[in-house]
Structures are given as structure tokens and as C-alpha cells.
Write a new protein. Structure first.
Ligand SMILES: Cc1cc2nc3c(=O)[nH]c(=O)nc-3n(C[C@H](O)[C@H](O)[C@H](O)COP(=O)(O)OP(=O)(O)OC[C@H]3O[C@@H](n4cnc5c(N)ncnc54)[C@H](O)[C@@H]3O)c2cc1C
Length: 451
């Protein structure tokens, strides 16, 4: 009896995909850069089926690639070759919102947009948002500790996490879904799994906190002279707004790519080297933004929208970046974070660093200004992809930055982990991995470099 036969007995034959055509969309990542062949794709419907699938794989010593919405950008959710690909998208139950606690439990396969809609229907909102909202799953968001455009206000996924249910590689179920509000009774393993990229356990259910919905919000798109001016604007916005909801940055090259792919009009008569999106929530946000713009010297030009259509129109200049870049080619995607004091220097040094490593490439930079988190995209690097990655990540490390601020390490950056983490830290991570997954079955090529 083959493993595929056992898996079909657990989840039903129609949910074990062996045919290469049916497997294909699961075997390549969103950017098109990471590919591999899975032995089969298996799609369980509930926690018990996940347990049985993991037990069957463990019995045969077959490694497992864990996948949610497959929007990750570091190759962590696609197979390297020969793994069983475990897709969690059928774990899509939405439980009723607990309005007193302002919390909700949902299946790991629930899409971010579905969670946001569910929260809104109960009079709340969810604190994480990002452009992949229609496809990214809650399990994936926890596994990568996703950030996004609301970190400045609500923190990253870790800050939303109340409890988890998860299954270890040997099929053991850990459940700590709704712990009491105060509880110091040992290791906080749900937080340990947050950001573990599917290497320690399979997340099956997630309980998150919900936030108050913002009744009013206003968005400004601001043209500025350079990164230093963008930071001056941010500093003033932070002081003035009690309710800064987002602060994002992009540059002239990115704007021109986004405009050509999406046929968007120029936002201003003049062009600027850099553009900032600011969003304010709460009490009279339009007035707050207009006051800020009138008193801040760094503002070159600006446009403000407070109605939903106008806000979406302004956000499109920033949010279309990832898709527009992918339309132009398969990029090298780096997601880095440096201390605020190094951001100007990093932005200045990036073009020559990238050109030296890959002479005919094209650099597009954008990101989350408030955290000094830049998404560095290099198109046309070809065979120089590894050289570009190496050069940029070493530059970031020289500024004391992180080689991956929100996308994770995945398969893409394991060999550079030592730039951000000490040998002792990596060894301790390895011991944790060995303790929870001694056969090294869950995402074996992800996060940790080979010993
Ligand atoms: C257009 C676009 C915009 C994006 N913007 C942002 C952004 O602003 N901020 C940000 O942080 N990210 C962003 N991302 C990256 C991506 O959306 C996030 O990393 C997201 O959290 C991935 O969720 P997913 O369900 O697609 O996970 P997948 O891609 O399927 O998996 C990602 C990782 O999590 C693991 N995993 C998935 N589900 C589980 C589970 N149930 N249990 C255990 N491990 C699991 C996988 O093995 C893999 O290592 C963006 C991506 C795109 C395409």
C-alpha cells in the first residue's frame, strides 16, 4: 500500500492531487522564482485529518511542505522536491466573534480578507492588513509573523495572536486556543510558533484579538525630495497624530512602473524622487492631515482623500508595486530593515551595490517607512541573483539591520541567516527544531541553514 493510498483514505481521493497539472499551481511560489516537485498535494478538511496525514508521513519518513495561501515571497511554502505538500486551505471555519473579549477563533486556512469581513460584520476590525489579503491565510500570517501596512498602529501578527491549535510532526495536537487573559504557567509556545515558518508544527486554528473599527480615515499621497524629507514628514506626523494608521514610501522608478502596468495617471504635475502615503484614523483625520501638510516644509506636493474610492485610488500607487514588479519579470525580492538613522544611507548605497553585483538589472524599492522596512526588488539579475542577494544583505548587516523583516527566511535566505543571528542563536533554534521534529520532516529546507 502506498502513502498516496493511505492519504486518500484519510482525506478522500479527490483531495490527494497526484496529476502534475493539478499539482502545478501549488509547486511554484507567487513570484515565480521558487519551484519544486511535490510527491503529491494533500488537502485535509480538519485537525483530525491533519493529525492522520502527519502520522502517515512520519511512519514513512516522508518530509512535508506546509502551505497556506502560497503568497509567501521567500519560497518557504513550495516543495524542494519529493515532499508531500500539505495544503491547509480547507481549514476555513469562521467561529462566531466573542464580542466581550473582542476575539475570534478561525481555521488556519481562512483568508485574511474573509477574517476582515467577518470581524467587520460583528462591529470590529482586524489589525493586520496587506496587499495579498484575498489569498494569504491566517495560518500563513502567523507562521511568518506577517507585518503589512498597519504595523504602525496595531503591531504585526504576533501582537494579534491570542491562542493556537497546532499539530506536531508526530501527530501530537497542542491546543491553547483561548487561554485566560492572565496566565504565566510556562513557555508561551503559540508565540514560539509565530514566525517559525512551518518548521516546528502545523498550525490548524488561530485565535486573534480584534480591534475597534475606525469610523473615519483620511489618506494623503505626498511628493517629497528624498528619503530624508520623507523621514522629516514621518517625524512630524508621529508627533501630530495620535492615530497614525500607516506610513509607506515608494520612489520615482516604482511609480513609473506601476503607472505603466496599471495605466494610472500621474499623481502630480511635477515629479518627485520619493512619495509617502500617510493614513490617519479617528477624530477629524482629514483636518489633521491638512494641518500637517500645511506646516511641514518637507512636503513638495500632496493630495488627500477621505472617501473610500479616493482612498483606494491613492493606495493603489503603493499597493500595486508587488504585482507590477511581477508583471515586469521574476524579481529577486529582499525585505530588509535598518535602524532609522541608517535608512538614508541605505537608500543612497543600494543603486551602486545592486549595479556592481548585477550590471544590467533594474532596482525598485518601496516599503513600510515607519519601521525602516524596505522591500528591495531587483529585476533582470538573471544568473547574478545570488550575487545581488549577497551584496544587498551584507550592506544591510553592515548597518546593523535585519536580512528579513517580515517575509521570513524561507528557502531564499537560509545561507545568509548568520548575518542576522549569532551561531549560538542558530544552534539553539536547531535544538528546538530537533526537540519538536526529531525526524526533520516539517519544511526541512526552510529557515535553518544546513548543519
Ligand atoms: C502582493 C503581496 C503583498 C504582500 N505584502 C506583505 C506585507 O505587506 N507584509 C508581509 O509581512 N508579507 C507580505 N506578503 C507576503 C505574504 O503575503 C505573507 O508572508 C503571508 O503571511 C503568507 O501567508 P500564506 O497563507 O500565503 O502562506 P504561504 O505562502 O502558503 O506560506 C508561508 C510560510 O508559512 C508556512 N505556513 C503556511 N501556513 C501554515 C500553517 N497553517 N502552519 C504552519 N506553517 C504554515 C509555510 O510553510 C511557509 O513557510 C505579500 C505577498 C504578496 C503576494
Amino acid at each position: 500500500v502506498t502513502l498516496e493510498h493511505d492519504l486518500a483514505a484519510i482525506v478522500g481521493g479527490q483531495h490527494v492531487l497526484v496529476d502534475p497539472d493539478l499539482r502545478a499551481s501549488y509547486e511554484v511560489d507567487w513570484s515565480g522564482r521558487f519551484k519544486g516537485t511535490a510527491r503529491c498535494v494533500v488537502r485535509p478538511a480538519d485537525t483530525q485529518q491533519v493529525v492522520s496525514v502527519l502520522r502517515a508521513c512520519a511512519a514513512d519518513g516522508v518530509p512535508v511542505t506546509v502551505q497556506g495561501g502560497n503568497t509567501g515571497l521567500v519560497g518557504g511554502g513550495v516543495p524542494a522536491g519529493g515532499e508531500v505538500l500539505l495544503s491547509l486551505v480547507r481549514l476555513d471555519q469562521l467561529e462566531p466573534v466573542d464580542a466581550v473579549a473582542a476575539q475570534v477563533s478561525v481555521g488556519a486556512g481562512v483568508r485574511l480578507e474573509a477574517l476582515q469581513r467577518h470581524a467587520k460584520a460583528a462591529g470590529f476590525d482586524f489589525g493586520v492588513d496587506l496587499a495579498a489579503r484575498s489569498a494569504a491565510t491566517v495560518g500563513g500570517l502567523v507562521a511568518t509573523n506577517a507585518g503589512g501596512i498597519r504595523v504602525v498602529r496595531y503591531g504585526s501578527m504576533r501582537a494579534q495572536l491570542v491562542g493556537l491549535e497546532a499539530v506536531l510532526a508526530d501527530g501530537t495536537v497542542l491546543s491553547r486556543l483561548a487561554p485566560p487573559a492572565k496566565d504565566n504557567t510556562g513557555y508561551d509556545w503559540p508565540q514560539l510558533l509565530c514566525g517559525s515558518e512551518g518548521t516546528l508544527a502545523v498550525i490548524t486554528k488561530v485565535r486573534v484579538r480584534l480591534v475597534e473599527p475606525s469610523t473615519e480615515r483620511a489618506v494623503a499621497l505626498v511628493g517629497v525630495a528624498d528619503t530624508a524629507a520623507a523621514l522629516a514628514l514621518l517625524a512630524q506626523a508621529r508627533r501630530r497624530f495620535t492615530t497614525l494608521g500607516a506610513a509607506e514610501i515608494f520612489y520615482a522608478d516604482g511609480l513609473s512602473l506601476v503607472r505603466s502596468v496599471n495605466a494610472l495617471p500621474a499623481p502630480f504635475d511635477d515629479s518627485f524622487a520619493a512619495y509617502v502615503i500617510l493614513e490617519a484614523f479617528g477624530n477629524k483625520p482629514t483636518d489633521e492631515i491638512l494641518d500637517l501638510l500645511s506646516e511641514c516644509d518637507a512636503v513638495g506636493d500632496a493630495t488627500v482623500a477621505s472617501d473610500p474610492v479616493g482612498r483606494t485610488r491613492l493606495w493603489a500607487y503603493r499597493e500595486s508595486h508587488t504585482e507590477a514588479i511581477n508583471t515586469a519579470g521574476v524579481p529577486v525580492k529582499l525585505d530588509v530593515c535598518v535602524p532609522m538613522g541608517s535608512l538614508v544611507a541605505l537608500v543612497d548605497q543600494l543603486p551602486s551595490t545592486v549595479t556592481d553585483a548585477a550590471p544590467s538589472s533594474r532596482l525598485i524599492v518601496f516599503g513600510h517607512l515607519n519601521e525602516g522596512n524596505l522591500h528591495v526588488n531587483v529585476l533582470g539579475a538573471g544568473e547574478r541573483a545570488e550575487a545581488v542577494t549577497d551584496a544587498v544583505l551584507k550592506l544591510v548587516a553592515s548597518h546593523g539591520g535585519s536580512i528579513s523583516s517580515e517575509h521570513g527566511v524561507g528557502r531564499a535566505k537560509t545561507q545568509w541567516l548568520t548575518l542576522s543571528r549569532s551561531a549560538e542563536e542558530i544552534e539553539t533554534m536547531r535544538r528546538l527544531k530537533n526537540a519538536l521534529d526529531p525526524q526533520n520532516l516539517l519544511n526541512p529546507n526552510v529557515l535553518l541553514p544546513p548543519p
